[in-house]
Design a protein around this ligand. Structure first.
Ligand code: ADP
Ligand code: MG
Length: 277
């Protein structure tokens, strides 16, 4: 059982990434669960077309006698199991952190992969679940930031969240999301993150209008439009995570291997530079 917590600023794409990375793992043969840890504004279930779940994490927190499995919904399109939050406004001020941790521990033991979506910023509500996790993925959106202040923003945001994750013994990675073609500073940010902040960048996802379109249809974009640019980049990130977390290298398809064989053959026959044929 592996648990991953997804953190980051509001609107950076935490919930979208939780829905889509879970879809990636499910479609690649891992029994996968997602948990909506954003207790004030739970939105994760919308990504799977679940709008008013009668039983949910909030009802589990309120009723200790309720069976955890009753609040888990299976999404047939993706194969992902979803533990949603309630769309009603519940009082979560007196949240029982131990109960939350017990629920997450009990349910996640049944899965190979569990991904927990967090609330904005420092996830105080769900911090107790950090103890159950092994990995933390920070979703970073650099677009809304003027170039000159990118480093300061990255320092502010990533270092704080990374320090928090590492205090709980989590291995930390970053996914940069909503990258537009205009953002020539992405390479610079990647270098800064990997060399100065010392955190690996496991994915770079372009801004893609298919993402909100898929969410409006109640489906993760990876399932709704698998060939969209964002879907391809999310799959790349998924395979990097698969190798990082489970040590599994993605098997290349027949045509890819054929292409590799032909290009390496052609390269081996290419005359050295400057030599006349
Ligand atoms: N790669 C992307 N391209 C375009 N829109 C995106 C992308 N990722 C997320 N979004 C959009 O950004 C908004 C915020 O995403 P969300 O996942 O809810 O963020 P968070 O959970 O971090 O608050 C949503 O409208 C979502 O559709
Ligand atoms: Mg969210």
């Amino acid at each position: 059982m592996v648990s991953v917590v997804i953190t980051g600023r509001g609107g950076a794409g935490k919930t979208t990434m939780t829905a889509n990375l879970s879809t990636y793992f499910s479609k690649n043969g891992y029994r996968t669960l997602v948990i909506d840890g954003d207790l004030y504004l739970p939105k994760l279930a919308f990504h799977f077309g679940i709008y008013n779940p009668v039983y949910n994490l909030h009802t589990l927190l309120k009723n200790p006698d309720m069976r955890v499995l009753n609040a888990v919904y299976h999404d047939v399109n993706t194969g992902v199991d979803v533990l949603p939050g309630s769309s009603r406004l519940y009082d979560v001020l007196d949240l029982d952190n131990k109960r939350l941790r017990d629920i997450v521990r009990e349910i996640s033991a049944r899965y190979r992969m569990t991904i927990i979506d967090s609330p904005v910023g420092i996830p105080f509500d769900t911090i107790s679940t950090f103890r159950l996790a092994q990995y933390q993925i920070i979703i970073l959106e650099i677009e809304r930031c003027p170039i000159h202040s990118v480093h300061r923003m990255v320092e502010n945001e990533v270092i704080k969240l990374k320090t928090l994750g590492e205090a709980y013994g989590l291995k930390v990675g970053v996914i940069i999301n909503k990258v537009r073609e205009s953002s020539a500073n992405v390479d610079d940010v990647v270098d800064f993150l990997e060399y100065s902040v010392d955190v690996p960048v496991v994915g770079i996802i372009p801004y893609d209008y298919k993402v909100p379109e898929a969410t409006n249809m109640g489906r993760p974009v990876l399932d709704y439009a698998p060939h969209a640019p964002a879907s391809k980049a999310i799959s790349e990130a998924g395979s990097v995570l698969d190798e990082w977390i489970f040590g599994r290298k993605k098997k290349e398809g027949f045509f890819h291997r054929l292409y590799e064989a032909i290009t390496s053959f052609l390269h081996s026959r290419r005359a050295p530079a400057g030599k006349k044929l």
